[in-house]
Design a protein around this ligand. Sequence first.
Ligand code: AMP
Ligand code: FE
Ligand code: FE
Ligand code: ZN
Length: 293
Amino acid sequence: MRIDLHTHSNRSDGTESPADLVRRAHVEGIDVLGLTDHDTTEGWDEAAVVAAGTDVTLVRGIEVSCTFEGHGVHLLAYLPDPTHPELEHELRRVLDGRNSRLPATLERLRGVGIDIEVADVRRVAGETAAMGRPHVADALVSLGVVADRNEAFNRYLGPQGPAYVHRYAADLESMIGIVGRAGGVAVIAHPWASRHDHRALDAAGLAFLQEVGLAGVEVDHEDHAPATRAALRAVADDLGLLVTGSSDHHGLGKVGHDLGCNTTAPDQLARLLELAAAASEESGRRTPDIFRT
Ligand code: AMP
Ligand code: FE
Ligand code: FE
Ligand code: ZN
Protein backbone atom coordinates (compact mmCIF):
# COMPACT_ATOMS: atom_id res chain seq x y z
CA MET A 1 0.00 0.00 0.00
CA ARG A 2 1.47 3.38 -1.06
CA ILE A 3 0.37 6.28 1.08
CA ASP A 4 1.39 9.86 0.25
CA LEU A 5 -0.17 12.28 2.73
CA HIS A 6 1.06 15.73 1.66
CA THR A 7 0.55 17.15 -1.85
CA HIS A 8 -0.47 20.43 -3.48
CA SER A 9 -2.77 21.26 -6.37
CA ASN A 10 -3.16 24.51 -8.28
CA ARG A 11 -5.68 25.67 -5.68
CA SER A 12 -2.53 26.65 -3.81
CA ASP A 13 0.93 26.51 -5.36
CA GLY A 14 0.96 23.15 -7.15
CA THR A 15 0.72 23.14 -10.93
CA GLU A 16 -1.91 20.40 -11.46
CA SER A 17 -5.64 20.71 -10.95
CA PRO A 18 -7.01 18.61 -8.06
CA ALA A 19 -8.56 16.26 -10.64
CA ASP A 20 -5.28 15.81 -12.51
CA LEU A 21 -3.43 15.26 -9.26
CA VAL A 22 -5.74 12.39 -8.29
CA ARG A 23 -5.49 10.93 -11.81
CA ARG A 24 -1.71 11.05 -11.56
CA ALA A 25 -1.85 9.35 -8.17
CA HIS A 26 -4.00 6.61 -9.70
CA VAL A 27 -1.61 6.12 -12.65
CA GLU A 28 1.41 6.08 -10.38
CA GLY A 29 -0.02 3.47 -8.03
CA ILE A 30 -0.70 5.68 -5.01
CA ASP A 31 -3.45 4.07 -2.93
CA VAL A 32 -4.00 6.88 -0.42
CA LEU A 33 -3.48 10.52 -1.34
CA GLY A 34 -3.51 13.46 1.04
CA LEU A 35 -4.45 16.72 -0.69
CA THR A 36 -3.02 19.42 1.56
CA ASP A 37 -3.08 22.75 -0.21
CA HIS A 38 -1.74 25.73 1.71
CA ASP A 39 -4.47 27.38 3.81
CA THR A 40 -7.41 26.30 1.66
CA THR A 41 -9.88 23.44 1.21
CA GLU A 42 -10.91 24.65 -2.27
CA GLY A 43 -9.53 21.60 -4.06
CA TRP A 44 -11.24 18.96 -1.93
CA ASP A 45 -14.50 18.53 -3.81
CA GLU A 46 -12.97 18.29 -7.26
CA ALA A 47 -10.40 15.77 -6.00
CA ALA A 48 -13.11 13.73 -4.26
CA VAL A 49 -15.17 13.38 -7.42
CA VAL A 50 -12.24 11.90 -9.33
CA ALA A 51 -11.10 9.75 -6.39
CA ALA A 52 -14.58 8.23 -6.14
CA GLY A 53 -14.18 6.92 -9.69
CA THR A 54 -10.82 5.25 -8.94
CA ASP A 55 -9.40 3.13 -6.14
CA VAL A 56 -7.48 6.11 -4.76
CA THR A 57 -8.57 7.00 -1.23
CA LEU A 58 -8.51 10.74 -0.71
CA VAL A 59 -7.49 12.14 2.66
CA ARG A 60 -8.67 15.73 2.81
CA GLY A 61 -6.14 18.00 4.45
CA ILE A 62 -4.80 21.54 4.70
CA GLU A 63 -1.23 22.75 5.25
CA VAL A 64 -1.87 25.69 7.54
CA SER A 65 0.68 28.53 7.81
CA CYS A 66 1.45 28.93 11.51
CA THR A 67 4.00 30.55 13.81
CA PHE A 68 5.56 29.15 16.95
CA GLU A 69 7.99 31.12 19.11
CA GLY A 70 8.45 33.64 16.33
CA HIS A 71 9.18 31.19 13.53
CA GLY A 72 7.10 29.82 10.67
CA VAL A 73 5.75 26.27 11.04
CA HIS A 74 3.53 24.40 8.60
CA LEU A 75 0.76 22.39 10.25
CA LEU A 76 -0.95 19.57 8.37
CA ALA A 77 -4.58 19.36 9.42
CA TYR A 78 -6.18 16.09 8.35
CA LEU A 79 -9.92 15.57 7.98
CA PRO A 80 -11.17 18.63 9.84
CA ASP A 81 -14.70 19.87 9.27
CA PRO A 82 -14.07 22.71 6.77
CA THR A 83 -17.17 24.54 7.95
CA HIS A 84 -16.04 24.74 11.57
CA PRO A 85 -16.35 28.47 12.40
CA GLU A 86 -13.02 28.86 14.20
CA LEU A 87 -11.15 27.06 11.42
CA GLU A 88 -12.88 29.02 8.68
CA HIS A 89 -12.18 32.27 10.48
CA GLU A 90 -8.46 31.58 10.96
CA LEU A 91 -7.99 30.39 7.36
CA ARG A 92 -9.72 33.55 6.18
CA ARG A 93 -7.25 35.66 8.16
CA VAL A 94 -4.30 33.78 6.67
CA LEU A 95 -5.67 34.10 3.13
CA ASP A 96 -6.35 37.81 3.66
CA GLY A 97 -2.74 38.17 4.80
CA ARG A 98 -1.58 36.49 1.59
CA ASN A 99 -3.65 38.85 -0.52
CA SER A 100 -2.47 41.97 1.21
CA ARG A 101 1.16 40.86 1.00
CA LEU A 102 1.04 40.66 -2.80
CA PRO A 103 1.02 44.40 -3.60
CA ALA A 104 3.76 45.00 -1.01
CA THR A 105 5.94 42.30 -2.58
CA LEU A 106 5.46 43.79 -6.05
CA GLU A 107 6.28 47.25 -4.74
CA ARG A 108 9.60 45.92 -3.47
CA LEU A 109 10.33 44.19 -6.76
CA ARG A 110 9.69 47.47 -8.56
CA GLY A 111 12.07 49.03 -6.05
CA VAL A 112 14.86 46.82 -7.41
CA GLY A 113 13.98 47.72 -10.98
CA ILE A 114 11.62 44.93 -12.01
CA ASP A 115 8.55 46.04 -13.91
CA ILE A 116 5.81 43.77 -12.53
CA GLU A 117 2.08 44.30 -11.91
CA VAL A 118 -0.61 42.37 -10.03
CA ALA A 119 -2.06 41.36 -13.40
CA ASP A 120 1.20 39.57 -14.28
CA VAL A 121 0.81 37.45 -11.15
CA ARG A 122 -2.93 36.85 -11.52
CA ARG A 123 -2.36 35.61 -15.07
CA VAL A 124 0.01 32.83 -13.96
CA ALA A 125 -1.74 32.11 -10.64
CA GLY A 126 -4.81 30.70 -12.40
CA GLU A 127 -7.31 29.20 -9.99
CA THR A 128 -5.33 29.49 -6.78
CA ALA A 129 -7.18 30.36 -3.60
CA ALA A 130 -3.91 30.85 -1.71
CA MET A 131 -1.88 33.49 -3.49
CA GLY A 132 1.77 33.23 -2.59
CA ARG A 133 5.40 33.78 -3.41
CA PRO A 134 5.44 30.78 -5.78
CA HIS A 135 2.98 32.65 -8.01
CA VAL A 136 5.11 35.79 -7.90
CA ALA A 137 8.02 33.51 -8.83
CA ASP A 138 6.04 32.14 -11.78
CA ALA A 139 5.31 35.70 -12.91
CA LEU A 140 9.02 36.52 -12.73
CA VAL A 141 9.69 33.46 -14.91
CA SER A 142 7.01 34.56 -17.40
CA LEU A 143 8.61 38.01 -17.57
CA GLY A 144 12.02 36.47 -18.26
CA VAL A 145 13.55 37.81 -15.03
CA VAL A 146 14.51 34.39 -13.65
CA ALA A 147 14.68 30.85 -15.03
CA ASP A 148 12.60 29.07 -12.40
CA ARG A 149 10.90 29.34 -9.00
CA ASN A 150 14.05 28.36 -7.21
CA GLU A 151 16.04 31.22 -8.69
CA ALA A 152 13.21 33.62 -7.84
CA PHE A 153 13.32 32.54 -4.18
CA ASN A 154 17.12 32.67 -4.05
CA ARG A 155 17.42 36.10 -5.61
CA TYR A 156 14.28 37.96 -4.52
CA LEU A 157 11.60 36.20 -2.50
CA GLY A 158 13.39 34.21 0.19
CA PRO A 159 13.64 35.54 3.77
CA GLN A 160 16.92 37.36 3.01
CA GLY A 161 15.73 38.58 -0.39
CA PRO A 162 14.96 42.21 -1.26
CA ALA A 163 11.28 41.44 -1.97
CA TYR A 164 10.53 39.44 1.18
CA VAL A 165 7.44 40.69 3.03
CA HIS A 166 6.08 39.25 6.26
CA ARG A 167 2.50 37.99 6.32
CA TYR A 168 0.02 36.84 8.96
CA ALA A 169 0.17 33.22 10.08
CA ALA A 170 -1.91 31.44 12.73
CA ASP A 171 -0.58 30.79 16.22
CA LEU A 172 0.51 27.13 16.16
CA GLU A 173 -0.71 26.25 19.62
CA SER A 174 -4.17 27.67 19.05
CA MET A 175 -4.38 26.17 15.56
CA ILE A 176 -3.66 22.70 16.97
CA GLY A 177 -6.61 23.26 19.32
CA ILE A 178 -8.84 24.47 16.51
CA VAL A 179 -7.99 21.48 14.30
CA GLY A 180 -8.95 19.14 17.14
CA ARG A 181 -12.21 20.95 17.84
CA ALA A 182 -12.96 20.79 14.11
CA GLY A 183 -12.66 17.00 14.32
CA GLY A 184 -9.27 16.84 12.60
CA VAL A 185 -5.80 15.50 13.31
CA ALA A 186 -2.78 17.82 13.60
CA VAL A 187 0.63 16.78 12.23
CA ILE A 188 3.61 19.13 11.87
CA ALA A 189 4.96 19.22 8.31
CA HIS A 190 8.74 18.86 7.79
CA PRO A 191 9.44 20.11 11.37
CA TRP A 192 13.22 20.00 11.04
CA ALA A 193 13.61 21.24 7.47
CA SER A 194 16.81 23.26 7.26
CA ARG A 195 14.92 26.08 5.52
CA HIS A 196 13.06 26.79 8.77
CA ASP A 197 14.46 27.70 12.17
CA HIS A 198 13.36 24.71 14.22
CA ARG A 199 15.00 25.30 17.60
CA ALA A 200 11.57 25.65 19.21
CA LEU A 201 10.49 22.29 17.78
CA ASP A 202 13.01 20.24 19.75
CA ALA A 203 11.91 17.28 21.89
CA ALA A 204 10.66 19.58 24.67
CA GLY A 205 8.76 21.78 22.21
CA LEU A 206 7.13 18.78 20.56
CA ALA A 207 6.21 17.32 23.95
CA PHE A 208 4.55 20.61 24.87
CA LEU A 209 2.62 20.70 21.59
CA GLN A 210 1.56 17.09 22.08
CA GLU A 211 -0.04 18.17 25.35
CA VAL A 212 -2.14 20.72 23.52
CA GLY A 213 -3.23 18.12 20.96
CA LEU A 214 -0.49 17.53 18.41
CA ALA A 215 -0.86 14.00 17.01
CA GLY A 216 2.21 13.52 14.86
CA VAL A 217 5.17 14.72 12.86
CA GLU A 218 6.13 14.33 9.22
CA VAL A 219 9.48 12.56 9.33
CA ASP A 220 10.09 11.24 5.82
CA HIS A 221 10.28 14.40 3.72
CA GLU A 222 12.83 15.52 1.13
CA ASP A 223 13.84 18.48 3.29
CA HIS A 224 15.06 16.06 6.01
CA ALA A 225 18.46 14.42 5.52
CA PRO A 226 18.75 10.74 6.57
CA ALA A 227 20.34 11.60 9.92
CA THR A 228 17.62 14.18 10.59
CA ARG A 229 14.93 11.60 9.86
CA ALA A 230 16.53 9.11 12.24
CA ALA A 231 16.82 11.67 15.04
CA LEU A 232 13.27 12.99 14.58
CA ARG A 233 11.85 9.46 14.37
CA ALA A 234 13.54 8.65 17.67
CA VAL A 235 11.96 11.70 19.32
CA ALA A 236 8.55 10.83 17.86
CA ASP A 237 8.78 7.22 19.00
CA ASP A 238 9.86 8.33 22.43
CA LEU A 239 6.88 10.69 22.75
CA GLY A 240 4.40 8.37 21.06
CA LEU A 241 3.72 10.80 18.22
CA LEU A 242 2.61 9.27 14.97
CA VAL A 243 5.04 9.45 12.06
CA THR A 244 4.16 10.29 8.49
CA GLY A 245 6.06 10.46 5.23
CA SER A 246 5.13 12.24 2.04
CA SER A 247 6.28 13.82 -1.19
CA ASP A 248 5.07 17.42 -0.71
CA HIS A 249 4.45 17.18 -4.44
CA HIS A 250 3.83 20.54 -6.20
CA GLY A 251 3.62 19.30 -9.80
CA LEU A 252 6.22 21.15 -11.83
CA GLY A 253 6.50 23.77 -9.09
CA LYS A 254 9.14 21.98 -7.04
CA VAL A 255 11.74 19.58 -8.39
CA GLY A 256 12.60 16.37 -6.53
CA HIS A 257 9.16 16.01 -4.96
CA ASP A 258 7.61 13.35 -7.20
CA LEU A 259 4.43 11.70 -5.93
CA GLY A 260 5.26 8.81 -3.63
CA CYS A 261 8.94 9.71 -3.22
CA ASN A 262 8.30 9.33 0.52
CA THR A 263 5.39 7.41 1.98
CA THR A 264 3.56 6.77 5.25
CA ALA A 265 3.40 3.33 6.86
CA PRO A 266 -0.07 1.71 6.85
CA ASP A 267 -0.14 1.35 10.64
CA GLN A 268 0.52 5.09 11.03
CA LEU A 269 -2.33 5.90 8.64
CA ALA A 270 -4.58 3.56 10.60
CA ARG A 271 -3.72 5.44 13.81
CA LEU A 272 -4.35 8.75 12.10
CA LEU A 273 -7.79 7.61 10.95
CA GLU A 274 -8.64 6.32 14.42
CA LEU A 275 -7.70 9.68 15.91
CA ALA A 276 -9.77 11.45 13.25
CA ALA A 277 -12.78 9.29 14.01
CA ALA A 278 -12.42 10.00 17.74
CA ALA A 279 -11.91 13.75 17.26
CA SER A 280 -14.80 13.84 14.88
CA GLU A 281 -17.13 12.12 17.30
CA GLU A 282 -16.04 14.41 20.10
CA SER A 283 -16.60 17.47 17.91
CA GLY A 284 -20.23 16.49 17.49
CA ARG A 285 -19.90 16.14 13.76
CA ARG A 286 -21.47 13.00 12.39
CA THR A 287 -19.40 11.59 9.54
CA PRO A 288 -15.76 12.33 8.77
CA ASP A 289 -15.37 12.89 5.06
CA ILE A 290 -13.04 9.96 4.47
CA PHE A 291 -15.76 7.46 5.29
CA ARG A 292 -17.93 8.90 2.54
CA THR A 293 -15.64 8.15 -0.43
P1 AMP B 1 4.33 31.59 0.77
O1 AMP B 1 3.38 30.56 1.31
O2 AMP B 1 3.71 32.49 -0.20
O3 AMP B 1 5.09 32.30 1.85
O4 AMP B 1 5.42 30.76 -0.06
C1 AMP B 1 6.02 29.64 0.52
C2 AMP B 1 5.93 28.47 -0.43
O5 AMP B 1 6.89 28.64 -1.44
C3 AMP B 1 6.25 27.14 0.22
O6 AMP B 1 5.09 26.48 0.53
C4 AMP B 1 6.98 26.35 -0.82
O7 AMP B 1 6.12 25.46 -1.45
C5 AMP B 1 7.42 27.37 -1.84
N1 AMP B 1 8.87 27.51 -1.90
C6 AMP B 1 9.72 27.92 -0.94
N2 AMP B 1 10.99 27.94 -1.38
C7 AMP B 1 10.94 27.51 -2.67
C8 AMP B 1 11.92 27.31 -3.68
N3 AMP B 1 13.21 27.56 -3.46
N4 AMP B 1 11.51 26.87 -4.90
C9 AMP B 1 10.20 26.63 -5.12
N5 AMP B 1 9.24 26.80 -4.20
C10 AMP B 1 9.59 27.25 -2.99
FE1 FE C 1 4.10 25.17 -1.31
FE1 FE D 1 5.38 23.10 3.84
ZN1 ZN E 1 3.61 21.40 1.43
